[in-house]
Design a binder for this molecule. Structure first.
Ligand code: 5AD
Ligand code: SF4
Length: 469
């Protein structure tokens, strides 16, 4: 397979040399970074790369903004008021910059891929000296070096829609990791800005993905989540020689990999092969995040989702048939242009019918440049708000119902953290099918697998006890 959608080795080498030079130049200064990440797992993963690059250049993490020599916001533009909030945050940094003239303030991520927003930001805030989008992370050393030398840098074009392999990464989680399998999106759902900012689909080569997983597992990580805007279309451009179902099989037998997850799935591409793979591969987790967006066929059509309610339900039913303990989570938008009360009630009835373990619900937010933003029958904000509330109330009931199924359930949990509750240390973690459970235990069990029996439910969560297997 050809690697013509990759950044060349020579270019990566050039960036490495620059990073080295920056390191040598600044190593006596004990430079500190503060990176704040907004939005989805893609951005979280991108920030891990940027932090890795910073560490390579001699930076370490600052405890807070005040102590930082570089403050970077990794932004999201999928919904709403993010822009206003960002502008507020950046505005508030002016005073810090006045006190610390050497401070570098940067903004990156999806929002900066929208040229008009990036321009506005640069014009309004002279104290911002570094702006870049999502596809040029590999060029970060070069950009930072220039900024250190007093230049103001803005790279917001998408000319480099290519994949960069082998960039450094700073993972702050010792048990679980995200691994990109593809970038970009080709679907153009009519409400969504992602295809405009993140560009066309590019899939990584299977060997690179497997190698990354092997190295993560060697470092002690046992849970991997394969990431893509629409993982089911992995390899659709023919560049990888593998479909998503094949990729699942290909990476699942990395020794020591206990849990293999993936997200997000698109109902139009989640086919029988993938269903069979989920059912057959022992360490593929029994959880599918399957955004439905709406339960009404006309709205789905206007959203350009390319599936019907019936097709969505048939995937759910087929998966439940083959994998009885599977759990589903979803994304739903209310108040999409043209959504009548009747159409909205179809969404409510779908939520009732499926019984999602959890739903991420959003009021439709027009994104400039998308098809839906220009549709005529926009829904008034108060109606969207009311529908969102109604939907959330219904899902809350369904969550309780879903939890009740688990009383008496016994399974393995990967411990993720702890809370103090009335002087008791309550550990929490997930079963393989994504259900979260709280139970008393010692913090030394962090990142370990323990067996937990569910005793009762408490509003949104399960409460249990550890048992010996
Ligand atoms: N308005 C509201 N929600 C949106 N999403 C994406 N674009 C918009 C928008 N313009 C939601 C979808 C998607 C999730 C990541 O964000 O539900 O699945
Ligand atoms: Fe946006 Fe649709 Fe692509 Fe998801 S699949 S990123 S909702 S266009």
């Amino acid at each position: 397979m050809e690697r013509n959608h990759y950044i060349t080795e020579a270019e990566l080498e050039r960036q490495k040399k620059i990073a080295e030079a920056v390191y040598l130049e600044t190593r006596d200064r004990d430079l500190k970074y503060f990176v704040e990440t907004f939005g989805c797992q893609m951005n979280v993963r991108d920030s891990e790369t940027i932090k890795g690059e910073l560490v390579e250049m001699g930076y370490s993490e600052a405890p807070g903004k005040e102590e930082a020599d570089l403050i970077l916001y990794n932004t999201c533009c999928v919904r709403d008021h993010a822009e206003k909030r960002l502008m507020g945050n950046i505005g508030a940094l002016k005073e810090l910059k006045d006190r610390k003239p050497g401070l570098i303030i940067g903004v990156c991520g999806c929002m900066m891929q929208q040229e008009a927003v990036a321009k506005k930001l640069l014009k309004r805030f002279p104290h911002v000296s570094l702006v870049f989008g999502t596809n040029v992370l590999y060029r970060f050393p070069e950009m930072l070096e220039k900024v250190m030398n007093g230049e103001r840098i803005a790279v917001t074009d998408r000319a480099d829609d290519a994949i960069a392999e082998g960039l450094p990464q700073m993972r702050d989680n010792a048990r679980s990791a995200f691994v990109n399998i593809m970038f970009g999106c080709n679907n153009f759902c009519s409400y969504c800005i992602v295809p405009y900012v993140r560009g066309r689909e590019r899939s990584r080569m299977p060997e690179d993905i497997r190698r990354e997983i092997e190295s993560l597992v060697r470092s002690g990580i046992s849970e991997i989540t394969l990431l893509g805007q629409n993982v089911n279309s992995y390899g659709n451009d023919g560049s990888t020689g593998m479909t998503f179902a094949q990729l699942l099989r290909y990476v699942s037998d990395v020794p020591g990999l206990k849990r293999l997850r993936f997200m997000s799935s698109h109902p139009k591409d989640l086919n029988e092969d993938v269903i069979q793979a989920i059912a057959a591969i022992p360490n593929v987790c029994h959880h599918v995040h399957l955004p439905v967006q709406s339960g009404n066929d006309e709205i789905l059509r206007r959203m350009n989702r390319r599936y019907t309610r019936e097709r969505y339900l048939s995937i759910i039913n087929r998966l439940r048939e083959l994998v009885p303990d599977i759990e589903f989570t979803t994304d739903i938008i209310v108040g999409f242009p043209g959504e009548t009360e009747e159409a909205f009630s179809d969404t409510l009835s779908l939520v009732k019918e499926v019984g999602f373990a959890a739903a991420f619900t959003f009021a439709y937010s027009p994104r400039q440049g998308t098809v839906a933003a220009k549709m005529e029958d926009q829904i008034p904000e108060p109606v969207k708000k009311r529908r969102l509330k109604q939907l959330n109330e219904l899902q809350a009931e369904k969550t309780v119902e879903n939890n009740e199924k688990y009383i008496g359930y016994v399974g393995e949990v990967l411990v993720e953290g702890c809370d103090m509750r009335n002087d008791t240390t309550m550990l929490y973690g997930k079963y393989q099918n994504f259900k979260m459970v709280y139970f008393p235990g010692d913090i030394s069990l962090l990142n370990q697998y323990v067996t937990v029996r569910v005793l009762q439910t408490n509003k949104n969560s399960l409460l249990g006890e550890m048992i010996d297997e």
